[in-house]
Design a protein around this ligand. Structure first.
Ligand SMILES: Nc1ncnc2c1ncn2[C@@H]1O[C@H](COP(=O)(O)OP(=O)(O)OP(=O)(O)O)[C@@H](O)[C@H]1O
Ligand SMILES: [Mg+2]
Length: 491
C-alpha cells in the first residue's frame, strides 16, 4: 500500500489515517517498506492520551513486519530502548492481548526455523536422500533389471552404486533420470503436446490442496516428468513442504508479486523459478507478502475491473510461456475467491478439486462448483476464454475405518458421477508425519511409522495420483502429425 492510499484505507482497515500517514513517513525516512498486514492490529478507537502509545506501537509493527532480517529487529530494539519512557507509557495503554499476537507470531516463526533446521541438518537445507533398488528402478522405467545391468556393464550407464556394509545404497532420482535418457524411457511429452497446467483448487480451506499438489509434484518427479510447482497461496504451505521457510528464506521479489503487482518490475516469470532438491521439479515459491497482490486490487478503486482482467491475462500468458519447459505445471491457489484464485482458475487448463469425505467439505465443494460456474461465465463475458482438458474431484483424506466417510463418498459418487476419481487418497499418519518434517511421502528415505503403514500409504498415493497422470497423458500424442516446418520452428 502506498502512502497516498492511507486516507482511503485507514477507515477501511479500522485505524486512523493520521497514524497510517505518520507511520509511512517514518518508515520512508528509515528506508523501510511498510506492510498492510500491520494495520489490521491497530485498534479502531483510541483516545488522545493513547496516541503516543499507539503511535509507537504502529512504528513497532511497521518495523517488525517489514523485514525478515534479524538486523532490522536489533535496530528496532535499540530505537525502542532509546525511547523506553514512552514505551513504558505506551505499554500500559496497549491492548496486551493484541500485543500477544505479534509475540506469538515471532515465537512461532523461530520454532518453524528450528524445526526446519532440525529436519534438514547438517546443511540446513533440504536434500533428497531417497534411493531406489534395481527392481524398483526397472519397474519405474518399465524395463527389465537385465536391461539396466547390461547398460551398466557395457558402459552406457555408470557402474551400479558401490555396496556399503554388504548393501547397495540404491539409485538416486538423478541416476533414474540419466537411466531414462540412456535407455530411452523418458515420459516427457512430445514437443507439440500441450503441457498440463493443473490448478489444485477448492475455496474450502484445509481440504488437502497443498498436500495433493506437493505429492503430485513428487509423484511426477519420480516418474521422470519435468514439473513446475507454483505456490500461489500467501500461506505458503507448498513452499514449506519444499523445505523453504517462507519467512526467512523467501523474499517478496522471489514470489509471483513482482510480476503480478500493479507496478510490475518483471515482464516474465523466469526470475521466480527456483531449483528444488528434485532435479526435475522446480518451484515458484510464495510468502505472506504475495497477499499484497490482493490488497493492491482493493486499493485500485474504480480501475479494479481492468486491473483484474489484466492480471488474468498476465498470469496465463506468463505461465504458458514458462510451461513450454515442463511437462506438468501445478498451481496451488489460496482457499478463497480472490484475485489470485481467479487468475489461477483462468490460467489453468485442467482442474483438480480435492475434498475430504465429510458433509461440510461436500457442501462447500458444491458451493465452490456453483461459484466457479458463475465466475467462469462472467470471465467469459469479459472476453477471456476459460477451458479445461479435465475437471475432476478427488477425495483427499479418506478414512476407510470411518463409516461416515464411506457414506459421504457414496453421496459424492451419486452427485458427481465419473468426475469423482474412483480411488481416494487415504488419510494416513505417514502423510502428516512427513509434513511435520516438511516433506512428502515420496521423499522419505525410510518409513516413519511401520513399514506396513508406509507401504500402504505409498501404494495408495501411486494409485490415486496415477489417475491424474492418466488424464494428463490422455491429451498427449493425439495431436495431428506436425508439418516439417512446425517441427523445425517448435520451441
Ligand atoms: N491424506 C492425508 N492424510 C493425513 N493428513 C493429511 C492428508 N491430506 C492432508 N492432510 C493434512 O491436512 C492438513 C491440511 O492439508 P493442506 O495444508 O494440504 O490443506 P490445504 O487445502 O492446502 O489448506 P489451505 O486451504 O489452508 O491451503 C495438513 O496438516 C495435512 O498434513
Ligand atoms: Mg494450502
Amino acid at each position: 500500500m502506498k502512502q497516498k492510499d492511507a486516507s482511503l484505507n485507514g477507515p477501511l482497515l479500522g485505524c486512523d489515517p493520521f497514524l497510517l500517514n505518520e507511520g509511512f513517513a517514518i518508515a520512508k525516512e528509515k528506508g523501510l517498506r511498510p506492510k498492510h498486514q500491520i494495520t489490521i492490529i491497530i485498534p479502531r478507537n483510541f483516545g488522545r492520551d493513547a496516541i503516543s502509545g499507539q503511535y509507537l506501537r504502529f512504528i513497532l509493527a511497521v518495523f517488525l513486519f517489514d523485514t525478515h532480517r534479524e538486523t532490522t529487529r536489533l535496530k528496532l530494539k535499540s530505537i525502542l530502548c532509546a525511547q523506553s519512557h514512552s514505551i513504558e507509557q505506551a505499554s500500559h495503554q496497549m491492548n496486551s492481548e493484541v500485543n500477544r499476537i505479534a509475540e506469538m507470531a515471532e515465537a512461532g516463526e523461530r520454532m518453524i526455523e528450528r524445526l526446519r533446521k532440525k529436519a534438514f541438518l547438517p546443511e540446513a537445507r533440504k536434500g533428497l536422500a531417497v534411493r531406489y533398488g534395481i527392481a524398483e528402478a526397472a519397474q519405474l522405467l518399465g524395463c527389465s533389471t537385465n536391461r539396466i545391468r547390461m547398460a551398466e556393464n557395457d558402459g552406457r550407464l555408470p557402474p551400479p552404486p558401490a555396496t556399503k556394509n554388504g548393501r547397495r545404497p540404491g539409485y538416486s532420482i538423478e541416476d533414474l533420470l540419466n537411466m531414462r535418457q540412456v535407455l530411452d524411457a523418458s515420459p516427457a511429452r512430445a514437443t507439440l503436446d500441450q503441457p498440463a497446467i493443473i490448478a489444485v483448487q477448492n475455496f474450502k480451506g484445509g481440504v488437502g490442496k497443498s498436500t495433493v499438489t506437493t505429492h503430485l509434484a513428487h509423484y511426477f518427479g519420480v516418474l521422470g516428468y519435468r514439473v513446475l510447482v507454483v505456490d500461489c497461496d500467501s500461506q505458503a504451505t507448498t513452499t514449506t513442504l519444499f523445505g523453504f521457510n517462507p519467512h526467512f528464506n523467501i523474499t517478496r521479489e522471489q514470489t509471483l508479486y513482482p510480476y503480478l503487482s500493479i507496478e510490475p518490475t518483471q515482464t516474465d516469470l523466469l526470475y521466480a523459478v527456483q531449483r528444488t532438491p528434485w532435479p526435475n521439479v522446480d518451484l515458484i515459491p510464495s510468502n505472506l507478502e504475495l497477499f499484497d497482490v490482493e490488497y493492491e486490487l482493493a486499493a485500485s478503486g474504480a480501475d479494479g475491473g481492468s486491473v483484474l482482467a489484466a492480471r488474468f491475462r498476465k498470469l496465463k500468458s506468463g505461465l504458458l510461456d514458462l510451461a513450454q519447459q515442463y511437462d506438468i505445471v501445478l498451481l496451488d491457489p489460496p482457499p478463497a475467491l480472490g484475485t489470485i484464485s481467479l487468475a489461477v482458475m483462468q490460467a489453468a487448463n485442467a482442474l483438480l478439486i480435492p475434498l475430504a469425505a465429510t458433509t461440510p467439505d461436500f457442501c462447500s465443494t458444491v458451493q465452490f462448483l456453483s461459484m466457479m460456474e458463475q465466475v467462469t461465465e462472467q470471465i467469459r463475458q469479459a472476453g477471456i476464454d476459460v477451458s479445461y482438458d479435465f475437471v475432476r474431484l478427488i477425495c483427499s483424506k479418506f478414512d476407510s475405518n470411518d463409516p461416515s466417510h464411506a457414506m459421504v463418498q457414496q453421496i459424492m459418487e451419486q452427485s458427481f458421477g465419473p468426475a469423482l476419481l474412483p480411488v481416494p487418497i487415504l488419510e494416513s499418519a505417514e502423510i502428516s508425519h512427513a509434513a511435520l518434517r516438511m516433506m512428502t511421502v515420496y521423499e522419505l528415505e525410510r518409513p516413519i511409522g511401520t513399514p506396513r503403514t508406509h507401504k500402504r500409504c505409498r501404494a495408495n498415493l501411486d494409485q490415486a495420483l496415477g489417475q491424474v497422470e492418466q488424464l494428463v497423458r490422455r491429451n498427449w500424442g493425439v495431436t495431428s502429425p506436425a508439418s516439417a516446418a512446425e517441427v523445425v520452428n517448435a520451441t
